[in-house]
Design a protein around this ligand. Structure first.
Ligand SMILES: Nc1ncnc2c1ncn2[C@@H]1O[C@H](COP(=O)(O)OP(=O)(O)OP(=O)(O)O)[C@@H](O)[C@H]1O
Ligand SMILES: [Mg+2]
Length: 256
């Protein structure tokens, strides 16, 4: 599996994070975080709850403003972009939120149309219905098109969240805990879905997860976030077999 994923990685840097800092009052979340992600790569970010994983990926799409450091995405400095350029950049990045973040008052169809209408106002939109149906087909949920989010199970909501994030065909996809709260079988299905979509659209991904199976199956590299820094990086095997006490402790605890 590892070999197969690695074949599409080339040397192009897509995300470059240097000395990233972010604090909320006295709460220093990111102290000196560094990470480079290459085209086609899947980087999994792990670390205990509340350590700053969501804050980190929100910095990448400009939803959280860092206090310091450099954040370049597609070779553009995020902190220097005006709102219009930031919006344009965001169309190239899909964000699968931790809580799916579907609009409860909209049907599945309307939820999926939303990014198309918002970002392609001035461009030729193509056939919205066709795009929505293809997105739903990708996640195996064509028959939910007229349902409300409240009528979906947690796993279905996650899938619709993924479909919505991919509808603009982003080059980067950021997944925030795509399998958390799901049973092992549904988690495995989501893992396979992520791998399939990765292959189909040749995306670069960052996946935040506590799910060891998801990490093992998708990661080219795992980054372990701790104390505001990228404490350790390596392949799944390198981290699982790592002798560092904290890493050992984390993997032992997660495997139980
Ligand atoms: N908008 C905000 N204002 C103030 N504090 C915040 C804000 N967003 C995040 N934080 C704080 O930043 C820290 C990191 O939060 P974050 O959501 O990134 O954790 P996480 O690693 O994603 O945790 P989990 O695994 O539980 O999702 C927490 O202490 C949180 O309270
Ligand atoms: Mg989080």
């Amino acid at each position: 599996m590892e070999q197969e994923i690695n074949t599409y990685i080339d040397g192009t840097t897509i995300i470059e994070i240097e000395h990233l800092k972010k604090a909320f009052g006295n709460n220093v979340v990111l102290k000196d975080f560094n990470l480079t992600v290459h085209k086609g790569e899947t980087v999994v970010v792990m670390g205990k709850s509340g350590i700053g994983k969501t804050v980190l990926i929100k910095c990448i799409i400009g939803l959280v403003k860092p206090d310091g450091g450099k954040m370049r995405v597609f070779n553009q400095d995020i902190s220097k972009l005006n709102q219009q350029d930031l919006d344009e950049l965001r169309t190239r990045i899909g964000f699968v939120f931790q809580n799916s973040a579907l609009y409860d008052s909209m049907t599945v169809r309307q939820n999926l149309e939303f990014p198309l209408r918002r970002h392609r106002k001035k461009k030729i939109r193509g056939n919205l219905d066709l795009q929505v149906r293809e997105a739903l087909q990708n996640v195996g949920l064509e028959n939910t098109i007229d349902l409300m989010p409240s009528e979906l199970s947690g796993g279905m909501r996650k899938r619709i969240g993924i479909a919505r994030s991919l509808i603009l065909r982003p080059e980067i996809v950021l997944y925030d805990e795509p399998t958390t709260g799901l049973d092992p079988i549904t988690s495995e299905e989501i893992t396979h879905l992520i791998l399939e979509l990765q292959k189909k659209y040749d995306t670069t991904s960052i996946i935040i997860t506590h799910d060891i199976d998801l990490a093992r199956e998708t990661a080219n590299r795992i980054v372990f976030l701790m104390n505001g820094i990228a404490y350790m990086q390596g392949t799944y095997e390198e981290l699982v077999n790592n002798e560092d006490t904290l890493i050992k402790h984390f993997f032992k605890r997660q495997a139980i």
